[in-house]
Design a protein around this ligand. Structure first.
Ligand code: SF4
Length: 338
């Protein structure tokens, strides 16, 4: 499930850490969602973590109390689609079913020089059917992994290494001299831009984080207070005023102008980031506020590892730290102890 839409290199460290903490189905099922998200923190597509957690609870609480061994049963679990069910059933249990990830789809559309639009579900269904006829009875897991590796290493989106490809004699797209034309995908509109203003508030060695609500992007993850999605840029004075009004927080906002971009699958986030120092820590932060909806909780943390956060939150903190080191009187001075 970690490998859905994510490269192996990015997953390895997460996988090892996850398995160390959750070596059994029961240990994962017994964990809190917050802890599962924390170990997933930075890997993206957090819905997978929540669904894996739900799936573990369903399996651990079921009659068998173990991971199902057939494609038919696996695909009933939360977060398990055709690719994941096919990969687990074939690799772990030797069932001759296909596992079509993006790499395999690319290989197949090139082998067949398939002119159909891969963005359409009908095309994916067709590929799934074709793929099912190709999986061997013997060692289907090896076959599926070989196809995935072929797509990842030789049959790459750009400049496929056809000269080294073991399938080159079968490949119609190579014969036609245009493998890069496949898979065919109808042009999609540009991902919309979303503008946000985030404030990194520090007080007495700790940062203020807020937890995003259920539903929507980054569900239940913690982030720096995000003030608006307004089109216009807010001035430091305006940010200070809004923080005061919305969080009930008396803070001094620095006039930093850190700009960050973060690309998601369906939108491009553009952040403007301010650093602020809270004059004092209020007893309570008022939560029905700002940002992408209503935040559901707040916490002061000394380390981002204390809670699950999205990759962008770490990126924001790194940028703020880098920007707070400024040259003053020919020396490098670190401001505010951040
Ligand atoms: S011959 Fe080229 S295009 Fe065809 S499958 Fe191999 S690498 Fe891909």
């Amino acid at each position: 499930m970690m490998l859905q839409q994510t490269r192996v290199e990015s997953v390895v460290a997460y996988f090892q850490r996850f398995l160390r903490r959750f070596p059994t189905l029961d240990s994962l099922a017994a964990a809190s969602q917050e802890e599962v998200l924390k170990l997933w923190s930075g890997l993206g597509y957090y819905r997978r973590a929540r669904q894996l957690h739900q799936a573990s609870r369903r399996m651990a609480g079921g009659r068998e109390k173990q991971i199902p061994s057939t494609y038919k049963e696996l695909i009933k679990l939360p977060g398990v689609g055709r690719y994941t069910a096919g990969a687990i059933a074939s690799i772990a249990f030797g069932e001759p079913v296909p596992a079509l990830d993006g790499n395999v789809m690319r290989v197949l559309t090139r082998l067949l020089a398939l002119p159909d639009d891969l963005a359409r579900q009908a095309t994916r269904n067709k590929l799934q059917q074709i793929a099912a006829t190709l999986v061997p009875e013997k060692n289907p897991g090896d076959y599926n992994q070989a196809m995935m590796e072929l797509g990842a290493t030789l049959c790459t989106p750009r400049h496929p290494a056809c000269g080294s490809c073991p399938l080159r004699r079968l490949c119609r797209a190579r014969d036609a001299g245009n493998p890069e034309k496949f898979p065919v995908k109808a042009a999609r509109g540009k991902a919309p831009r979303v503008k946000c203003t985030s404030v990194v508030v520090r007080q007495n060695g700790k940062w203020l984080l807020l937890r995003r609500p259920a539903g929507g992007l980054w569900e239940h993850l913690w982030e720096f207070p995000t003030l608006s999605r307004s089109k216009q840029d807010l001035s430091p004075a305006e940010v200070q005023r809004r923080i005061g009004r919305m969080l009930g927080l008396d803070a001094q906002v620095k006039s930093q102008d850190i700009r960050l971009r973060h690309q998601l699958t369906h939108r491009r986030m553009e952040y403007r980031v301010f650093a602020a120092t809270a004059i004092r820590r209020p007893k309570k932060i008022s939560l029905p506020l700002c940002g992408p909806g209503r935040y559901e909780a707040y916490r002061w943390v000394a380390d981002l590892d204390e809670v699950p956060v999205a990759g962008i939150t770490r990126k924001i903190l790194e940028e703020v730290r880098a920007n707070l080191i400024t040259r003053r009187h020919g020396k490098i001075a670190k401001l505010d102890g951040v």
